[in-house]
Design a protein. Structure first.
Length: 261
């Protein structure tokens, strides 16, 4: 990730946590679907690596289903919340959360238990850096994994969906925080540029908190598949949702399973 991206997620962690917590209510059914898919390939337990784990929702629920999880993220605030949630779900002994940049994945993971049987990245955690860096991340994940291990990319946007559904402005609201998004999407380069502006809601008034500019490369399915093959992962299945296991199509998010070669 670029330095500005690191600063973005570190400086705005307290705001992101509010929106991350909204996704916890949907995580169990997503993980249940993942478990079914993994089981179809003979992977029912083992070591799991959760890239850009945020506040730990995938790691925690996979640990509840018997996996030993290692979550990596660069936000101290996210990881502190993740450890607290692991305690609340009584899986602290089955989850390890590590602070660090996934571009230096092998160094961050160090001597924790591996090789990994499963690698997960969820909620559009790729594309914030260069494609070379994304390739580097997936190569390191492959080197840390067993032959035949499975890579799961979940709840990720893709260029077909954005081309059909992009809206230049939107907003989200949770508690007293309002997040306004305004951006552009270039179909010829698949580059999205967005400004996130945060406000504190006081009655009918909005009090400005801060804003940040974000750039994201939105991968097409074929482009991401080609990148994964270069990194040693062969895509083997695509879904529109792990929660329902519906088929992938341009109107769904991208949920991909790849096998370590």
């Amino acid at each position: 990730m670029s330095d500005w991206t690191k600063k973005l997620f570190i400086d705005h962690s307290s705001f992101f946590l509010k929106f991350m917590n909204l996704r916890w209510s949907r995580t169990e059914e997503t993980v249940n679907g993942m478990i079914k898919v993994l089981g179809g390939y003979g992977v029912n337990s083992g070591n799991l690596l959760d890239l850009c784990c945020g506040n730990g929702r995938i790691s925690v629920y996979m640990a509840k289903r018997g996996f030993r999880a290692v979550g990596v993220d660069m936000s101290k605030a996210f990881l502190e919340d993740a450890r607290q949630k692991a305690k609340e779900h009584k899986v602290s002994k089955r989850v390890t959360f590590l602070e660090g940049d996934v571009r230096n994945l092998k160094k961050v993971v160090g001597k924790v238990s591996h090789p990994f049987d499963v690698v997960v990245t969820a909620w559009t955690s790729i594309g914030f850096s260069t494609q070379d860096n994304d390739l580097k991340i997936f190569k390191q994940a492959r080197e840390l994994s067993k032959k035949g291990a499975l890579l799961v990319i979940a709840e990720t946007m893709h260029s077909d969906y954005i081309a059909l559904n992009f809206t230049p402005t939107s907003f989200d609201e949770i508690d007293n925080i309002v997040l306004m998004e305004k951006g552009t999407y270039d179909k010829t380069t698949s580059q999205m540029k967005t400004t996130w502006t945060y406000y504190n809601k006081r009655g009918e008034d909005l009090e400005f908190i801060g804003k940040v500019d974000i750039e994201l490369h939105v991968y097409s399915v074929s482009e991401l598949s080609a990148l994964l093959r270069k990194a040693g992962w062969e895509p083997v299945a695509f879904y529109g949702s792990f929660a329902t296991l519906q088929s992938f199509n341009p109107l769904t998010s991208l949920n991909l399973v790849a096998k370590a070669q």
